[in-house]
Design a protein. Structure first.
Length: 102
């Protein structure tokens, strides 16, 4: 992923390895954001590929229509990894995490 830059009050730019690094205060928070965003994207692909309305998708996922709307709009801050794993499971999917050296 391309580096992003953030300008400080003094005008100096800080380079980041990813957008998640720019948004988070720590490496751990950035990794959590990245994992949630990737999981949300995969769930959204399943929902969109099924051709369901948001109400139908909510029923299949075991959540409300406003929550589906948040998911499809990529509102990462509104979902925990636990909630996303539960949604994926409700869709008949399994979630697999892989640990890699940084």
């Amino acid at each position: 992923m391309a580096s992003t830059k953030k300008t400080t009050a003094r005008g100096a730019a800080t380079a980041y390895a990813s957008v998640w690094d720019a948004l988070a205060d720590t490496k751990e928070q950035a990794a959590n954001l990245r994992a949630r965003a990737e999981l949300m994207q995969q769930i959204a692909e399943v929902v969109k590929g099924s051709g369901w309305t948001q109400v139908e998708a909510a029923t299949h996922c075991g959540i409300t229509q406003p929550r589906i709307n948040d998911l499809l709009r990529g509102r990462v801050s509104r979902f925990s990894i636990d909630a996303l794993v539960n949604i994926a499971t409700a869709l008949g999917r399994t979630v697999h995490f892989e640990l890699q050296a940084a």
